[in-house]
Design a binder for this molecule. Structure first.
Ligand code: CP3
Length: 348
C-alpha cells in the first residue's frame, strides 16, 4: 500500500469491516500504571482540576497513544464531570475514589440544572480540540460519557457502592420520581456527547459499568431505554459517528442491549464467552473486548495465550480488541506493549 493514510482502522471496524489485524485501544489506557501519568497527575491540584486543565488532559490522552501506538485515543476525562457540571458537589479522594454529596430524592434533582453545563465542560471540549491537532493520522479520537443508570448510582449513593441499595430502592419504589433524574441525565449526556463530536471526537463510548446489577425488567427501563434515547439524539445531530455501548455484567441481556439501543458496537466484559459473542452479537454488530485486566497484570505466556484465543474467536467478523474492563493501576507497562505486539503479530 502506498500514499497517505486516508482511513482509521478503529472507525472501519466500528462501521462493520472485518479487519486483517484488529484495531486495539484499552479502557483506562491513561492512568496510574504509567509513570509519565503519575508525573503529570502530580502537577494538578486534584483529579477534577486535572480533567479541567486542557493542557494536562491533552498530554494524558496522548501518553498511551504515543507509547503503544494505540488505534484509539480516549479523551482524558471522567464520567463524573457531568454530575459536577449539573451542580452536584463532586470530589476525588486519593485512595478512596469519588465522593459526591448524595442526591436526596426529588428535591436534590430539582437543584440540578442543565444551564451551566456547556461552560463547565468547555475545558473538556478544548482538550478534545487540542488532541485532534496532535493525533497520529491513523488514530481515532474517542469521546465518552457514563450511561444514565451508572451515573445515577454515583449521584444517589454519593460514590462507589457495593449493593446500590439507595439507587435501587428509589428506582423500584418510586419509578416516576427516579425517571425525572434519568430523563435529565439523558438530556445532559446527549448534549455532552454531541459537544464532544463538535469539538473533534470521531467515536463515542457510553459506559454502563453497573448495568449488570439490574434485574431484567429494570435493565430494559433504566439501561436500554435511556441509552436508546441518547443514541437517537446523537445519530440525529452527528450522523455517521459510531457509538460503542458497554453494559458491563449484562450477561444474556447483551443481546437485547445490542439490538435495541441503536449502537454500532458493543463492548463485552470478561465473563462473556467470545464464541457466544461471535454467534449472538457479531452477526449484526461490531464486538469489542474482552481480555481480563488481570491477565495484563499477570503477563507472560498466559497473557499471550489469552490474547491469541480472543483474536481466534472474534477475527472472522467486525472486532476491536480491548479489555473487559479498565487497566488496573498495578499493570506493568511492558505487558501492555507485549499485548499490542501480540495482537499485531509481532511476538516471535
Ligand atoms: O484512559 C481512559 O480510559 C480515559 C479516562 C477515564 C477515566 N475514567 C479516568 C480516571 C475514563 C473513560 C473513565 C471512566 C469512568 N470513571 C468510569 C466508567 C468505566 C469504569 O471503570 O467502569 C467510572 C465508573 C468512573 C468513575 C471513577 N473515576 C471512579 C470509580 C474512580 C476511582 C477509581 C480509581 O481508579 O481511582 C475514578 C477516578 C479516575 N478516573 C482515575 C482515572 C485515571 C484515577 C484518578 C487518579 O489518577 O488518581
Amino acid at each position: 500500500m502506498t500514499g497517505p493514510v486516508t482511513s482509521k482502522p478503529l472507525i472501519e471496524a466500528l462501521k462493520g469491516e472485518t479487519m486483517e489485524v484488529p484495531p486495539v485501544w484499552l479502557m483506562r489506557q491513561a492512568g496510574r500504571y504509567l509513570p509519565e501519568y503519575r508525573e503529570l497527575r502530580a502537577r494538578a491540584r486534584d483529579f477534577l482540576d486535572f480533567c479541567y486543565t486542557p493542557e494536562l488532559a491533552v498530554k494524558a490522552t496522548l501518553q498511551p497513544v504515543r507509547r503503544f501506538a494505540m488505534d484509539g485515543a480516549i479523551i482524558f476525562s471522567d464520567i463524573l464531570v457531568v454530575a459536577d457540571a449539573l451542580g452536584q458537589t463532586v470530589g476525588f479522594v486519593d485512595g478512596k475514589g469519588p465522593v459526591l454529596e448524595p442526591l436526596d430524592g426529588a428535591a436534590g434533582v430539582g437543584r440540578l440544572s442543565l444551564q451551566g453545563l456547556p461552560e463547565r465542560l468547555a475545558p473538556v471540549y478544548a482538550a478534545i480540540a487540542g488532541v485532534r491537532g496532535e493525533l497520529p493520522p491513523a488514530t481515532a479520537l474517542i469521546g465518552f460519557c457514563g450511561a444514565p443508570w451508572t451515573l445515577a448510582t454515583y449521584m444517589v449513593e454519593g460514590g462507589s457502592s457495593r449493593d446500590f441499595a439507595r439507587t435501587k430502592a428509589w428506582a423500584y419504589g418510586e419509578p416516576e420520581g427516579f425517571r425525572v433524574l434519568i430523563d435529565l441525565l439523558v438530556e445532559a449526556l446527549a448534549a455532552h456527547l454531541i459537544a464532544q463530536v463538535k469539538a473533534g471526537a470521531e467515536v463515542l463510548q457510553i459506559f454502563d459499568s453497573w448495568a449488570g446489577v439490574l434485574p431484567d425488567t429494570a435493565f430494559w427501563e433504566w439501561s436500554i431505554k435511556p441509552i436508546r434515547a441518547i443514541v437517537e439524539r446523537v445519530n440525529a445531530s452527528c450522523p455517521g459517528v459510531p457509538v460503542i455501548g458497554f453494559p458491563k455484567g449484562a450477561g444474556i441481556l447483551y443481546e437485547p442491549f445490542a439490538r435495541e439501543t441503536g449502537i454500532d458496537a458493543v463492548s463485552i466484559d470478561t465473563a462473556v464467552p467470545c464464541d457466544w459473542a461471535a454467534r449472538a452479537l457479531q452477526t449484526t454488530i461490531t464486538v469489542q473486548g474482552n481480555l481480563d485486566p488481570v491477565m495484563l497484570v499477570t503477563g507472560g505466556t498466559a497473557l499471550e495465550d489469552a490474547t491469541t484465543a480472543i483474536c481466534a474467536r472474534l477475527h472472522r467478523g467486525p472486532f476491536v480488541f480491548n479489555l473487559g474492563h479498565g487497566v488496573l493501576p498495578q499493570t506493568p507497562p511492558d505487558n501492555v506493549q507485549r499485548l499490542v505486539d501480540c495482537i499485531r503479530g509481532r511476538v516471535p
